[in-house]
Design a protein around this ligand. Structure first.
Ligand code: KIV
Length: 266
């Protein structure tokens, strides 16, 4: 096994090596993501949609996130494990955020939390970082603000949009985050933010000029068929493979072909 990744490894990768982050939600997805060489495994609240079948990420609870973070933690041996803080678990106050972040660090193998928001969340990020909770930021298209944004819309277009994004990025860095996810923003804006910041940026739908990239694992595996954003590249069609395998099993059971002698005991 390569050396265990920690927060310093991630920070030191800026301008040295592109960072790979994958989402995982359970033991097998974390195990295979870990074996791929990815430096970060994120138990994203995308869990709500791609695994639990909710319409958006707002419904998922702290308990559900803890349960899946524990499972992913059992498969994550080398990568740095980050847990997403769900909607409503950090918005009320920095104290509420700290109490819930503590649950992730105490009750699961997570080594960091991620939370959405820029300038408005800076005080909360600072409060956590000052109390030894490593924080990954997340700005741009923040899915937990789905209702407020009027849908999943690219953020930061135009000069005003870029200014707002840059303020968010600086605020997250100054508050002490060790890295920041840039989601759903123009590639040029992501490039400018990446060169401005001293912490690594990890892009999703933010073009090539970020310090690293992340995709939702079930999207890249072809295992989520409800909605595929433009920025997703499918590296496999696991959903179709599953469907075909289930159909073959169905046929063989129906036709009396399974189990064969080789699958039966004397
Ligand atoms: O929830 C998630 O999977 C995320 C990634 C898309 C960054 O936040």
């Amino acid at each position: 096994m390569d050396k265990k990744v920690n927060v310093n490894t991630i920070k030191a990768m800026k301008n040295q090596q592109r960072i790979v982050m994958l989402t995982a939600y359970d033991y097998p997805s974390a195990l295979y993501a870990d074996r791929s060489g990815a430096q970060i495994i994120l138990v994203g609240d995308s869990l709500a949609q791609v695994v639990l079948g909710y319409d958006n990420t707002l419904s998922i609870t702290v308990e559900e996130m803890l349960h899946h973070t524990r499972a992913a933690g059992r498969g994550c041996k080398r990568a740095f494990l980050v847990a997403d803080m769900p909607f409503g678990s950090y918005h009320e106050s920095p104290v509420q955020a700290f109490q819930n972040a503590c649950r992730f660090l105490k009750e699961t193998p997570a080594e960091s939390v991620k939370l959405e928001g820029g300038v408005k969340m800076a005080d909360t990020i600072r409060f956590l970082v000052d109390r030894a909770v490593p924080v990954m930021g997340h700005i741009g298209l923040t899915p937990q603000s789905f209702h407020q944004m009027g849908g999943y819309r690219v953020q930061g277009r135009g000069e005003e949009g870029l200014r707002t994004l840059m303020e968010d990025a600086r605020a997250v860095q100054e508050a002490g985050a060790y890295s920041v996810v840039l989601e759903g923003i123009p590639a040029r804006a992501a490039g400018l933010i990446t060169s401005e910041l001293s912490i690594p940026t990890i892009g999703i739908g933010a073009g090539l000029h970020c310090d690293g990239q992340v995709l939702v694992t079930n999207d890249l595996l072809g295992l989520y068929d409800q909605f595929t954003p433009k920025f997703v590249k499918k590296y496999a069609e696991i959903g179709k493979t599953m469907e075909e395998a289930f159909k073959r099993f169905y046929e063989e059971v129906t036709n009396g072909k399974f189990p064969g002698e080789e699958h039966s005991y004397e």
